[in-house]
Design a protein around this ligand. Sequence first.
Ligand SMILES: C[S@@+](CC[C@H](N)C(=O)[O-])C[C@H]1O[C@@H](n2cnc3c(N)ncnc32)[C@H](O)[C@@H]1O
Length: 490
Amino acid sequence: MLASFTPPSTIENGLAPVAGCVVVDDTRLALERRRTGLSLWESGHLAEAAEALSAAAEFAPDDAGILRDLGSVLWATGRHEEALQPLARALEIDPRHLQGWLTLASVAHAAGRKLSAEHAFLAALDLAPDCVDAVTGLAFLYFEAKRYAEAAKQFEAAVAPGSASPHLWACLGQTRQLLGEFAGARAAFEAAARAAPQEASFVQKHARARFIETAISAPVDAAIEAYREAAGNAADDIEAVCRDAFQCLAGFGHVAGAARLAEALLARAPDDPIIAYHLDALTGVQRERAPDAYLAACFDKYAAKFERHLVETLGYDIPAQCNALLLQTGRRFENILDLGCGTGLAAPHLAALGGALTGVDISAGMLERARARRRYHRLFQAEATAHLSSHEETHDLIVALDVLIYFGDLATVFDLVSSRLAPGGIFAFSYEFGSGRDYSFLTTGRFAHDPDYIERLSRGRFDYLADVVTTVRLEANAPLEGRLVLLQRV
Ligand SMILES: C[S@@+](CC[C@H](N)C(=O)[O-])C[C@H]1O[C@@H](n2cnc3c(N)ncnc32)[C@H](O)[C@@H]1O
């Protein structure tokens, strides 16, 4: 700002300026800097443009237009955090500026400030309820945050005018599919495929959605026919279609449809241990634990996408939660055993807690990824109870995260763990919540356990250090309740 400022009106009124002071018009200077800034921006000199616009904003700190320009150019240079302040200030001055809210929303989103972005999109919608940019921006924001019901509402609003792009229809289809609304998903994919029949991915998605919708209540042959009719030349391998649909239906609890698909798949591949086991789970055949052949085949197959799926899609963060509980004990551990270590998601946490870290897993595919982390001192490919029986070594920490869900009866596991833990050693594990029975074999193929059962198994040989109710992961996109427990060997 200038040291001395005399408003033009004073001069016009014939009053003499203070002797010795230069009379300068801040507004004119602001405009000049703004013009320079915009032309620098236009010619691609973003950093210099930001400097000029910043100077303009100093001359006219309450000029919303200049502040918006400054925020926008800072955004364009990737300085998202710095861009937020002038954009927000511009909206304090001129809260009815629709584009201002949209820009603030985009910048806040890019800066990772999801709540501010949501607030800005909602403010834009208050001003213009039909604003397509705000509706779609909000839809993608909710989708990213896995708030699928809200995302679906916004995508529905975005396609409502009828002129929506096939991509928006496909996004609506995807969102409804994630919500398990299979008829709605099919309708949305159908609209996408109709709008862009040359786009094979839309045609395939529509055909697969028809398969799923049909398979819920009709024989598998009818689903295959519906699929082929919709897919035409874009048809995929039908077995892959059946497998994906099976996972979808089983995941959303369409037990009868999933069982029919499992039977059809088993007829094609009678030795498939994965499908055979799931068919038992779906049709109520009782099991005491998941068989080794199933575990090895299932996790070998799953290994490549395990982390992305479990962590990103299913929101699994039990290793971090467990680490927080272990840190609260204030202890270091010399000899740690990670039972069912999988790809080693817990390894970075466990390795930081102490000395030697050993991992055991039945799946070679999972172990290969655990090995690549280079955090384990030793890795064994073995069934967990077989390993505990044959290795007499004692540990001061044994963890089993997301592993007891593959055992029904836990008596052997508890006996063996307590015999391999040094006095004072800790057993840390998670399990899925069940009630009524000691353990229940679920249609998902996993086991849920009653906390009373865990308490009975612990009595006399373990003390509870922690017993935390938590979300173990998402199931059909809803939080699944479980427990994270720390027991101390007496
Ligand atoms: C859902 S993953 C969890 C992996 C890891 N604990 C984590 O938290 O990321 C379950 C792992 O346990 C292994 N597993 C399940 N039952 C097992 C058993 N009885 N013996 C050895 N490994 C087992 C599977 O192979 C798989 O790698």
